[in-house]
Ligand binder design. Sequence first.
Ligand SMILES: NC(=O)c1ccc[n+]([C@@H]2O[C@H](COP(=O)([O-])OP(=O)(O)OC[C@H]3O[C@@H](n4cnc5c(N)ncnc54)[C@H](O)[C@@H]3O)[C@@H](O)[C@H]2O)c1
Ligand SMILES: NC(=O)c1ccc[n+]([C@@H]2O[C@H](COP(=O)([O-])OP(=O)(O)OC[C@H]3O[C@@H](n4cnc5c(N)ncnc54)[C@H](O)[C@@H]3O)[C@@H](O)[C@H]2O)c1
Lengths: 207, 207
Amino acid sequence: RIPDATVARLPVYLRSLVEMAEANTSTVSSERLADLAGVNAAQVRKDLSYLGSYGTRGVGYDVEFLLFQIRRELGLTQDWPVAIVGIGNLGHALANYRGFSTRGFHIVALFDADPAKVGEKLAGLTVRPLTDLPLVAASDGIAMGIIATPAASAQEVADVLVEAGVTSILNFAPAVLTVPASVSMRKVDLSIELQILSFYQQRRSGE
Amino acid sequence: RIPDATVARLPVYLRSLVEMAEANTSTVSSERLADLAGVNAAQVRKDLSYLGSYGTRGVGYDVEFLLFQIRRELGLTQDWPVAIVGIGNLGHALANYRGFSTRGFHIVALFDADPAKVGEKLAGLTVRPLTDLPLVAASDGIAMGIIATPAASAQEVADVLVEAGVTSILNFAPAVLTVPASVSMRKVDLSIELQILSFYQQRRSGE
Ligand SMILES: NC(=O)c1ccc[n+]([C@@H]2O[C@H](COP(=O)([O-])OP(=O)(O)OC[C@H]3O[C@@H](n4cnc5c(N)ncnc54)[C@H](O)[C@@H]3O)[C@@H](O)[C@H]2O)c1
Ligand SMILES: NC(=O)c1ccc[n+]([C@@H]2O[C@H](COP(=O)([O-])OP(=O)(O)OC[C@H]3O[C@@H](n4cnc5c(N)ncnc54)[C@H](O)[C@@H]3O)[C@@H](O)[C@H]2O)c1
């Protein structure tokens, strides 16, 4: 069984490996990958050993083979239909973000509770009322839902998603949500990124 | 010196500790904190030891004291003025996000290159032309900049920020940017969150 912390690092390694492959780099050392991912080299070697990948002493890892292994392990060799609920500023930015589809995450449905938003066209889709979600989730096989609503309605939206059979949720709303154990949920808080920057910023001014 | 990977976990511990303090929980075990953060308990103990915090066997860590220590270490005991460049869908959502100011990150200036956007009022601010950035960065002491522009203009915007003395950058644009070693930069790619969910989703369907 792969530890959660390792799983969370695999996409970060993948991002660096993709950049290397585009630059025609064929092998990479654990030190180099560690440097790019902000971890130590022993951690990289341990993480990759869970995939059965050990690299060759003095040569490193084969970039293409690692790409294949990580993509397979993360389930990126298939397409995932994704729905976004809450088509405000954030919902618009997420619907238009090409970084999702290039990795196999296709935004297939947009939902909002505001009648004034329903019918709006964006990213090749039409915003539908939240009441359509159960039907669309079943017909389009929606596996993942993104919550981009205000905090007050986030739990109600999570319940609708779960009820409709969606088993993975990415939540942006600043609210603590409860979902059944059979549903995976991740919460995004972009202030975490600024907090990390603040650590280094403070060090700089303290020097 | 605290390892980068430890620094990146501190805000995640902080988020859980804040929720505990609000629920009037006075102590927490390393196991509980590990569970909430998705790491193992030994990692928590090691991370917190860098702050000089060791907890008491059988009792755990004092929640309030840990909150104080982590906030101090991350530099959250001061206010950080932040600028956003690129006031499109994403820029709007970030300008309105209350999760920044509650942690001491105050959005103080908004910039865009589109004359049609300049003069727009949002989140109590007025969008200014990018050409105003050097002056505003100096007068408002802007330490951090968020790039929410298309990829094509991201490097040019990073250069303007660096030139204006901004030393921390959070980049959302899907582009590989280069900045001097004296500048900290973090890149956000929200597809990473979906890739982690995809790992667990694939496991579920494989069972
Ligand atoms: N986690 C982060 O880092 C982060 C960053 C930015 C914004 N946010 C959060 O994302 C959310 C959206 O932000 P925004 O700026 O786009 O807000 P917004 O007000 O522009 O958009 C919210 C949308 O949700 C819709 N909505 C409200 N209740 C609904 C319901 N019950 N069902 C379906 N749709 C519903 C509204 O009609 C609106 O279109 C907010 O909760 C905000 O705090 C989080
Ligand atoms: N990293 C992620 O996970 C993620 C998620 C969503 C969107 N994005 C990215 O965020 C960016 C913004 O997305 P959006 O949906 O808000 O796009 P948008 O087109 O709505 O907004 C872009 C804004 O940038 C402004 N702009 C363009 N060139 C500029 C320049 N040189 N200086 C200042 N401002 C300039 C435009 O006038 C516009 O207002 C895009 O690059 C998108 O790919 C990233």
